[in-house]
Design a binder for this molecule. Structure first.
Ligand code: FAD
Length: 694
């Protein structure tokens, strides 16, 4: 088995396919990347907006709390001023109203708890607390101050203290109203405002973490002021609410964080110290869905790209296979045919080797020329007019052209000219494919010449025979006549027998001469045929009269079966009778003793009538049948009288009368000779007494 050449996938013809596939793949990649980037931006925007909304919610919640604290502390101080002493009842009432706060206390100028919402705290010396010492040194009149969160030295609980102080006219501290809140309270509060996956926190202005959920204990009181955290970014931003994407100080994760000042912005009254609330979410969790979508998009793109490359691969293979086939075909065509291409003006733009070879012109000599360079001048002018008309109309032209090679020799080509169109459907070239048929034309001419010569020779032969026959007939008539006269005389038996031989031989010779003369007349075209309507059965009956004695002599049964209806044909009745006589006498002569000869007619397909002459004789082998119509051929049976010309004459006569003739035979099984003519119908209308054929 032959080894198959590997199929290349990249070549001039497939570059466009691969380029297109690559462009589609790159284009889909670019579109995909752009979509992912837009999605990324949208996620960023959406996250910032969602977190900002939640931060505002936190802000309003906690700002409300701070305002309530401010009010409660104002109440404690203002009561005292009005009454000149602290109001323990108010403290208890506040404890009831704000059970979530650890304690409200009223501290006097010496730093002693005068009143407290938790009675056990009354009398407690708070002067050791740093904020109390600071208030004593520099009291700020009616300013809400939030202290740094700290772990209470007294209770060991992490707390946040808000306080307000009052000073007298001389600027000395008069009193402090304070509320301390357990930081765990903020844990619970913030956690109730948190969404899963988010972190919510509250930071004191000093940078100390008040509360951060989840994991509050882990982050409690950590200082976020010194690291590049969201808190510092917020502080330097200067706005009440700011959004950041930043690595946080607390857990070192990249996060989105929104921070909002709840103090002092939320207070209309004076305040000192700040409280910031914030909400954050890790970038990882924000973009988890986006990353997942990226993978899905990548998988889709890879599938699409593979499909595109698969299609490109299949198309390339098909294209290459096609190209290969076309190359092979055009190579085969180039080997076999004379190929040339012209522009629409008829200027040759391509000529193959075969064209050069046959015309004797080099390719360089042909290209740029018109095909009239090989014009032989043997065709009439209209020949090329018709060719140009056909191809200019966009149709293919076929024809035989005689061309002249450079050395002057004529050659014949069987030519096909195909108009070709450009990609816009405009006629732009003609391709001519030709095969050299000079040999064929030579052979045909030779054959024609031979046939003409043979016809002439035949005619000469017929004229010669005809002349000869006439020349022979005259002396033969003399021999026949005188031998006949001699037989009327009284002769000795031996002489009489010899004269009989002469007379019989003369008769035979006369028959031969007559038949040769007849054949010569037919072959030379001088036989007279007079066609008329013939009633077939009547003609057979008349012919029978002539052969009945011969049949009786040979003891052959001769029968004729007439047709059910009258059958008529157009023929020369004399010549037709001659043919039938020839058939019937042959059937009698070449029959077996006591044989039979049957003559019958048949209607054939195509409105034809066949006359059959069937015998029970020795029959003919297929080889004999091929020789039957060769003149002077006698098949065996040399003892039977005959010339061997009868059937040849019969066939020629039948053909002259537009009929057909044939034989069907098996050796030892008799033969059937038949003739066939087109049937004609006779119009027997009144007044048409002659009967006119139609
Ligand atoms: P031309 O001057 O060529 O004129 C003959 C007729 O053709 C005129 O009616 C003329 O009007 C018309 N005609 C000529 N050129 C054009 C045109 N560009 N567009 C429309 N009509 C036009 N000739 C051969 O003898 N042997 C060949 O093998 C042969 N092969 C050919 C193959 C192709 C593909 C083509 C296109 C033409 C071929 N011809 C061939 C024709 C050749 O071009 C000449 O037209 C022809 O030889 C007659 O030449 P001329 O000088 O006698 O007449």
């Amino acid at each position: 088995m032959g080894k198959r050449a590997p199929v290349k996938l990249f070549c001039r013809q497939t570059y466009a396919i691969w380029l297109m596939a690559l462009s589609i793949v790159l284009m889909t990649a670019a579109i995909g990347i752009q979509r992912r980037w837009e999605d990324h931006q949208a996620t960023d925007k959406r996250t910032r907006q969602e977190l900002a909304t939640r931060a505002r919610l936190l802000d309003s919640h906690l700002s409300g709390l701070v305002r309530n604290i401010n009010l409660a502390l104002d109440l404690i101080i203002s009561e005292r001023i009005r009454e000149g002493r602290c109001d323990q009842e108010l403290m208890l009432h506040l404890a009831e109203q704000y059970p979530e706060f650890r304690s409200f206390t009223f501290i006097d100028a010496q730093g002693i708890n005068q009143c407290a919402s938790v009675p056990s705290l009354i009398g407690l010396d708070r002067s050791v607390e740093e904020y109390v010492r600071r208030a004593k040194t520099k009291p700020l009149d009616n300013v809400l101050i939030v202290e740094k969160p700290f772990v209470s030295k007294l209770s060991g609980v992490p707390i946040l203290v808000f306080y307000k102080s009052r000073a007298d006219a001389a600027g000395h501290l008069k009193m402090i109203a304070q509320v301390s809140i357990d930081l765990h309270y903020f844990d619970t509060l913030l956690d109730s405002l948190r969404e899963p996956g988010q972190a919510v926190f509250m930071i004191h202005g000093s940078g100390l973490m008040v509360s951060r959920v989840p994991d509050p204990d882990k982050y409690r009181l950590t200082d976020v002021s010194r690291s590049p955290a969201a808190f510092n970014a917020h502080r330097s931003n200067g706005n009440r609410l700011s959004t950041h994407r930043i690595v946080t100080a607390t857990d070192h994760l990249e996060k989105y964080a929104v921070l909002s000042d709840i103090m002092p912005s939320s207070l209309s009254a004076n305040s000192q110290g700040t409280l910031v609330v914030g909400i954050s979410e890790t970038v990882e969790s924000v973009y988890a869905g986006w990353y997942q979508d990226n993978w899905i998009a990548l998988a889709k793109w890879l599938t699409l790209s593979s499909a595109i490359f698969c299609v490109a691969w299949l198309v390339s293979r098909r294209q290459l296979a096609l190209q290969h086939e076309i190359t092979q075909l055009s190579r085969a065509l180039d080997q076999h045919a004379i190929v040339s291409i012209t522009d629409i003006r008829g200027i040759i733009t391509h000529a193959n080797d075969k064209f050069s070879e046959i015309s004797g012109y080099s390719k360089e000599e042909l290209i740029g020329q018109n095909h009239r360079i090989v014009n032989s001048g043997t065709h009439p002018k209209g020949f090329f007019d018709e060719m140009w008309r056909t191809i200019s109309a966009g149709e293919t032209w076929h024809g035989l052209i005689c061309n002249r090679a450079k050395d002057g020799k004529l050659y014949w080509v069987n030519s096909t000219i195909v108009p070709m169109y450009d990609h816009k459907g405009r006629l732009d070239r003609y391709i001519s494919i030709r095969t050299d048929i000079s040999d064929l034309i030579d052979t045909e001419e030779q054959l024609q010449r031979t046939m003409e010569e043979s016809d002439a020779a035949n005619k000469r032969k017929s004229v010669f025979l005809s002349n000869m026959s006439h020349e022979l007939r005259n002396p033969l008539n003399a021999i026949m006549g005188f031998s006949q006269l001699l037989l009327y005389e009284k002769l000795s038996p031996i002489v009489e027998e010899n004269v009989n031989h002469i007379h019989k031989a003369g008769k035979h010779m006369l028959t031969i001469i007559n038949e040769v003369l007849d054949l010569a007349r037919v072959e030379s075209g001088r036989a007279q045929i007079s066609m008329e309507v013939v009633d077939v059965d009547r003609l057979i009956g008349e012919t029978f009269e002539l052969v009945l004695p011969l049949a009786a002599r040979n003891e052959i049964e001769l029968t004729h079966k007439s047709a059910d209806e009258p059958l008529t044909i157009m023929a020369d009745p004399t010549r037709l009778s001659q043919v039938l006589l020839n058939f019937i006498s042959n059937a009698i002569k070449y029959n077996n003793p006591n044989g039979r000869v049957r003559v019958y007619t048949q209607k054939q397909e195509g409105n034809r009538i066949r006359i059959n002459v069937a015998d029970t004789g020795i029959g003919l082998t297929p080889e004999d049948q091929t020789k039957l119509f060769i003149p002077f051929t006698r098949l065996g049976q040399k003892n039977v009288e005959g010339t061997g010309i009868g059937l040849t004459i019969s066939r020629q006569l039948v053909e002259l009368m537009n009929g057909e003739m044939g034989v069907e035979s098996n050796a030892d099984n008799g033969s059937t000779f038949w003739i066939e003519f087109a049937a004609v119908t006779i119009n027997h209308e009144p007044g048409n007494s002659n009967g006119v054929a139609s």
